[in-house]
Design a protein around this ligand. Structure first.
Ligand code: PLP
Length: 365
């Protein structure tokens, strides 16, 4: 056998990801359960056809038209108007965050987050040879601002990753907490970029702010968003962020040449043109989420407050048995989060009904 010079820290590691099983009811990866409407499909197909005529050429490297469309969308969605030069995009917000770690992490540096949180964060750190440190969220999955600030002062990270609404808990952070972290980051010698991952922002409850509102006062803040969840475009692979021009310029240095294909840009712009229809769907999912939370609580289960399109619930002495029992009944959810908890995505009314029926049988509610 020829030896392969694999990086020692990768030895023995398998590719990680949620199981992709062929099951009737898929409520395990927080996708939008509604496929694009025929009108959206038609416009995407037309846009891809037009893009195809120019595929002999490299795409617009700086995707100006898409950035302008994303800036318009954010202005409508959150009331925060930003110039297109403050928007960045990539193949999913996972790539956006990898760009952030490539630019602001690296050997001898540390990225910091707070568990329980998104399981991909340590992978961005590993892949960019950045050190990785986690603090803990409180028992109710909120973040204590003073404790977070103290940890920043001690660890002196160059990047802090905050998911809000958080995955897998659904918890959104109040602006006061994000500002406390931003203030502590400003005091880190050499500087520290705070990334607020708002993959689920569109699902936040009324009165929950977006960190976009903090951008103008904080040039070391980056707010990451995605078209994978609210926009029902997980298969399109489009994520983006809003930040200062200085941060965006740094990301332009580390991205691969022409990283966002002409087809991807065309698909994203066609979908964004249908934002009104997609936002109405998000309203339905938010109402169904609240109803699911109430249903689980009525049955005596513990449920974390959710500002996302999924619900973390428990506590089960043997959560794997509950997960397996649901799977045996054709319902796939996710075994994730602290011991005893399970996470279910909000599906169509039919899918959620199937989940409720299966859970009732398995747990004997
Ligand atoms: C789903 C999710 C994302 C989105 O990833 P994409 O690469 O944009 O599909 C980002 N952050 C969190 C916390 C998520 O759960």
């Amino acid at each position: 056998m020829t030896a392969l010079p694999l990086r020692p820290e990768l030895a023995g590691l398998a590719a990680y990801g949620a199981p992709q099983l062929d099951v009737p009811v898929l409520l395990n990866v927080n996708e939008n359960p509604y496929p694009p409407s025929p009108a959206v499909v038609e416009d995407i197909a037309t846009a891809v056809r037009a893009a195809a005529t120019g595929l002999n050429r490299y795409p617009d490297r700086d995707f100006g038209a898409l950035r302008a469309d994303l800036a318009d969308y954010l202005a409508v969605e959150s009331g925060v108007r930003l110039g297109p030069e403050r928007i960045w995009a990539a193949n999913g917000s996972n790539e956006v965050m990898l760009h952030l770690l490539q630019a602001f992490g690296g050997p001898g540096r540390t990225a910091l987050s707070f568990d329980p949180t998104y399981s991909m964060y340590p992978e961005y750190a590993r892949d960019t040879m950045t050190g990785w440190v986690t603090g803990r969220r409180a028992e109710d999955f909120t973040l204590d601002p003073a404790a977070a600030a103290a940890l920043l002062a001690r660890v002196a990270p160059t990047v802090v990753l905050l998911a809000s609404p958080n995955n897998p808990t659904g918890t959104a952070l109040p602006a006061t907490t994000v500002v406390a972290v931003l203030d502590a980051a400003r005091d880190v010698p050499g500087g520290c970029v705070v990334v607020v991952d708002e993959a689920y922002a569109e699902f936040r409850r009324a009165g929950t702010p977006s960190a976009l509102e903090l951008l103008d006062a904080h040039p070391h803040l980056a707010v990451s968003r995605t078209m994978s969840k609210a926009f029902a475009l997980a298969g399109g692979r489009v994520g983006y962020l809003a930040a200062s021009v200085e941060i965006v310029d740094a990301l332009r240095v580390v991205r691969l040449p022409y990283h966002l294909s002409a087809v991807t840009q065309a698909v994203a712009r066609a979908a964004l043109a249908h934002r009104d229809e997609l936002m109405a769907e998000v309203g339905t999912l938010r109402r169904d989420r609240d109803a699911l939370v109430a249903w689980l609580r009525e049955r005596g289960l513990k449920v974390a407050d959710s500002d996302a399109n999924f619900v973390l619930f428990g506590l089960f002495p043997d959560r794997h048995a509950v997960w397996q029992g649901l799977l045996d009944r054709g319902v796939l959810i996710r075994e994730v989060g602290p011991p005893g908890w399970l996470r279910v995505s909000v599906g169509t009314p039919e899918e959620t009904a199937a989940f409720r029926a299966a859970l009732t049988e398995v747990v004997g509610l």
